[in-house]
Design a protein. Structure first.
Length: 489
């Protein structure tokens, strides 16, 4: 007896909610760079304050920690104030430290620029020097790079009161991307309160006083460099503070030694094993009895530190992450969406959604909250983040949070904020997403589209000839979505 069969009609629709046809792979952005103007006290009193020219050493170490794309200018207070320097003289760090990324060896520092830094005469004309410095920075502002001005003196300014902070900063073309730091030799003289205000108004929270010894100067300059990049120097990379430096574009290693050694040796310590760190010459100023070495390293899957077996050597490790930014996405809960997280997604209304975020730099790779530097991420409904919810860090360094409440229909936004002890200032990202009610509302035959069906009678099987059946599927779907429909007997 022929069989008459009916079977439920099963239709499955899979909507693509990403808002884009395909996710692009994570990729690095163009390397960011900065402009650095170091204004150093060249008054006559510096012969007594800094007879061994350790300020010069720290300034050159600062330049050595920069990238080739950065621009640096070293100028004396009196050079600027007198008009001897009339315009920008920014150069690449490799022009100050020739052969910086070359093989090991010994090089003598004897360029005209280095020699000029060691000449001390005159007073401390801060006001006139700062006016000239501002005109130089404004002449370079069209490049669009962040600008940092470091001023170092051994005592009080003279030559007239400096311009008030609001007025001086207001005259900068690149005010929003400008940083100022004042460093002053430890002593009885207090830092100029107006210059201290310059620093506070550009985000500097560190102190101004520094001892004029090699270690203190080197560390102070490293803190300024880290601040210019949105970070705080935290000694990461020393023995006992090993890091992978995940997400770093490169890792610069600075070493100084005050006995004028011919070669400063460097060693990488990883999993308890030591290996020589190659590359980078040792620069010497034998007449002042100090040596400086700059070497380059890279991020590593395994935490490591850098040390020196050379007696009396001081080592600092400075990673270069570039411009820090947040990538974030809100999507249906489950597996994390594919990287990069820089596109809006769509979620289903009435159901919880989840958020993922990570901190990245120029390399486009995830910066780890403990293996790179210490920070945390939080998600907020309000732009000011008064209602912040902490996100949970994963093993890979990315962060995750469930938004919790069922989301109503419509467009929503969340703020993602990164902050913490390793960062000089928080950075934020506002990310939008849409909650929609989507899915199949009705299945009907084409000749009766207003009458929903749940099954189709197939009749007697097998049939001698083939027959066609047209169905109409209606519902609500996000714009630009993709659907896959299957029918099963």
């Amino acid at each position: 007896m022929p069989a008459t069969m009916t079977r439920p009609l099963a239709l499955a629709l899979f909507a693509c909610l990403s808002g884009s046809l395909a996710a692009a792979p994570a990729s690095a952005q163009q390397a960011s760079y900065g402009q650095y103007l170091l204004v150093l006290d060249d008054s006559g009193s510096m012969d007594d304050s800094d007879p061994r020219r350790l300020v010069e050493m720290a300034a050159l170490a600062f330049a050595g920690a920069l990238e080739d794309g950065d621009q640096v200018m070293l100028a004396g207070l009196n050079e600027l104030a007198s008009g001897e320097v009339t315009g920008p003289r920014f150069v690449s760090p490799r022009e100050l430290l020739e052969g910086r990324d070359g093989p090991e060896g010994t090089r003598r520092l004897s360029s005209e620029r280095v020699t000029r830094l060691g000449q001390h005469e005159g007073q401390t004309p801060c006001r006139d020097a700062l006016e000239r410095a501002r005109s130089i920075l404004n002449a370079m502002a069209s490049a669009g790079a962040p600008q940092t001005l470091l001023m170092l003196t051994d005592g009080a300014c003279n030559g007239g009161a400096v311009t008030p902070s609001a007025e001086w900063l207001g005259g900068l073309r690149a005010r929003e991307r400008f940083r100022f730091v004042l460093l002053m030799r430890e002593g009885r003289t207090r830092p100029d309160p107006t210059l201290a205000q310059y620093a506070r108004d550009t985000g500097w929270t560190g102190g101004a006083r520094v001892a004029f010894d090699a270690r203190s100067l080197l560390r102070a300059f490293a803190e300024v460099l880290s601040f210019s990049r949105g970070l705080r120097y935290d000694d990461g990379g020393r023995v006992g503070l090993e890091r992978t430096f995940a997400g770093a574009r490169t890792v610069r290693v600075l070493a100084i030694q005050e006995q004028g050694t011919e070669r400063i040796a460097l060693a990488r310590v990883q999993d308890g094993r030591r290996s020589d760190l190659p590359g980078g010459p040792t620069y010497r100023r034998p007449e002042h009895g100090w040596s400086l070495r700059v070497a380059a390293d890279a991020a590593s899957p395994t935490p490591y530190a850098v040390t020196s077996p050379t007696a009396g050597a001081e080592v600092l490790v400075i990673p270069v992450y570039g411009r820090l930014r947040i990538e974030a996405v809100v999507a249906p809960c489950g597996e994390a969406p594919e990287l990069p997280w820089n596109h809006e997604r769509t979620v289903r209304a009435g159901q919880p959604a989840c958020a993922w975020a990570r901190l990245v730099g120029d390399a486009g790779e995830t910066i780890h909250p403990t293996r790179s530097f210490h920070f945390q991420l939080e998600v907020c409904e309000q732009t000011e983040c008064a209602d912040a919810t902490a996100m949970q860090a994963g093993e890979d360094g990315s962060f995750h949070a469930q938004l919790g409440a069922q989301l109503p229909l419509g467009r929503h936004e969340r703020t993602f904020r990164a902050s913490g002890e390793g960062m000089a200032a928080p950075i934020s990202l506002r990310r939008g997403f849409s909650a929609v009610s989507f899915g199949v509302h009705r299945v009907a035959t084409t000749d009766a589209p207003g009458r929903p069906i749940r099954e189709v009678a197939l009749g007697t099987l097998p049939q001698p000839t083939a027959s066609d059946l047209s169905l109409t599927v209606s519902g609500a779907f996000p714009a630009g979505s993709h659907a896959s429909i299957t029918c099963e007997a």
